[in-house]
Write a protein that binds this ligand. Structure first.
Ligand code: PMT
Length: 401
């Protein structure tokens, strides 16, 4: 794969494997990448700035200030990069990264980076196996970084085993795989997608409401997966404690079905895809008591009136939108879901049943069937993140037909 135009920041720390970075830089440049090299002070003992700057066609930085007094702005360096790789990553640099010990340009740049970070550890066998290193590598993975495992072989100490930095060709392959998968994932770029999530709360009086158990997890997972695929996402959520901080998700919080309805139809005309995963209350109290309703010895009757059906209205007003509904059922699941598909003029409906263990409200998992006019596809129990992937894969497949 060509890496044409990709901006790769290589941060080199001080280990013997640093000599291999010359080859890594050369390979990346040959593939069309732009490469910027940074060194920790210790790395300067192992490699030559002159060699690396000649190969990368850029100055190599190791200090916050250059000799001529100019500031090597770590924030600009970090924001410039499409990908940062720390290679070789010594035990010392790894430890500083995961604990935020910011005492050199490499770590300051790493802490400012918003791009994906790859780590190619290299150290002696026992250091690599040490619980402290294992824990630091796990922490790095928890931060979302990609660890390219050290390879086995003869080490500088004379010992034999895992600890050698992955070969430059293997590092390039990992970078290429990452970019190609990422490109494939961007196939909702240019699309606007509206997603409803969470429950609605229908006020009875200032302290009580009619609601349901939806947490918003299914809807937020869909929104985040759509955002990862490059879509502009309008997420309209009922009361939920969940947060999201993707740049391309605009989150609108509402309380009642009526508010959700109004917010949906502010945007509906302009969207390409709409997915209704919210659990919307079908009824709301006719009157909302101004003061808290006092307990009495009599039964309490609350008159409920029908809420607008947001999804059905979207179906009625559909022009070009690809419309996806959800059905949460407890019996005759397929028949009810098919009825909703027809009645609400949907392109597909996602059925989840409360009879399936691990499916439905609050859970981190779900088990779904996707139903179209001509097809039913069943999926295994999966995390809601993976269910979101299945749903969006299906949407993309249907839209491309
Ligand atoms: O939020 P979680 O805890 O992760 O739980 C996820 C979920 C179980 C809420 C989700 O997977 C789900 O099934 N959502 C739909 C719940 C629901 O209300 O289903 P329904 O069969 O009652 O409604 C059918 C469809 O019409 C749904 O797409 C619903 O959003 C929509 N609807 C319903 C009523 C209404 N007044 N307006 C609507 O838009």
């Amino acid at each position: 794969m060509s890496l044409e135009g990709k901006r790769i920041l290589i941060s080199v720390s001080g280990g013997i494997a640093a000599y291999k970075i010359n080859f890594l830089v050369r390979m990346l440049i040959k593939k069309g990448a732009e490469v910027q090299v940074l060194l920790t002070p210790a790395a300067e003992n192992f490699v030559s700035k002159l060699t690396l700057s000649t190969l990368s066609k850029k100055p190599v930085y190791s200090e916050f200030y250059s000799e001529n007094g100019t500031w090597n702005n770590h924030v600009d360096l970090a924001l410039w990069a499409d990908l940062m790789i720390v290679a070789p990553c010594t035990a010392n640099t790894l430890s500083k990264m995961v604990h935020g010990l910011c005492d050199n340009l490499v770590i300051a740049t790493y802490l400012s980076a918003k791009c994906p970070v790859f780590i190619a550890p290299a150290m002696d066998l026992d250091m690599y196996e040490h619980p402290s290193t294992r824990q630091n590598l796990e922490m790095a993975e928890d931060f979302g970084h990609v660890v390219i495992p050290a390879e086995s072989g003869e080490l500088a100490s004379g010992l034999n085993g895992p600890g050698r930095m992955a070969e430059p060709a293997h590092i390039v392959a990992a970078i290429e795989t990452f970019f190609s998968q990422n490109q494939a994932l961007k196939n909702l770029a240019g699309k606007t997608i509206l997603i409803t999530a969470g429950p609605t709360h229908e006020a009875i009086d200032p302290v009580r409401f009619i609601g349901n158990h939806s947490s918003g997890k299914m809807g937020f997972s869909l929104a985040e997966e759509a955002a990862k695929r490059g879509a502009k996402v309008i997420l309209i959520s009922g009361p939920s404690s969940l947060q999201t901080n993707y740049e391309n998700i605009s989150l609108h919080r509402v309380t009642s079905a009526k508010e959700m309805f109004d917010k949906v139809f502010e945007y509906y005309k302009e969207v390409d895809i709409a997915i209704a995963s919210a659990a919307v209350a079908d009824y709301a109290p006719k009157e909302i008591a101004v003061e808290k309703i006092k307990k009495s010895d009599d039964s309490l009757f609350i008159e409920l009136i029908k809420n607008p059906d947001i999804l059905k209205t979207m179906g009625d007003q559909k022009t070009h939108q690809f419309l996806v509904g959800f059905a949460l059922e407890t019996q005759d699941e397929e028949a009810h879901a098919k009825g909703k598909l027809e009645k609400k003029n949907l392109d597909m409906i996602v059925l989840n049943s409360l009879r399936d263990e691990g499916a439905g409200f609050q859970k981190d998992t779900n088990k779904i069937k996707i139903i179209t006019k001509s097809d039913i596809k069943s999926f295994d129990l999966k995390s809601k993140e993976d269910v979101a992937k299945d749903i969006l894969n299906f949407v993309e497949e249907q839209m491309s037909k």
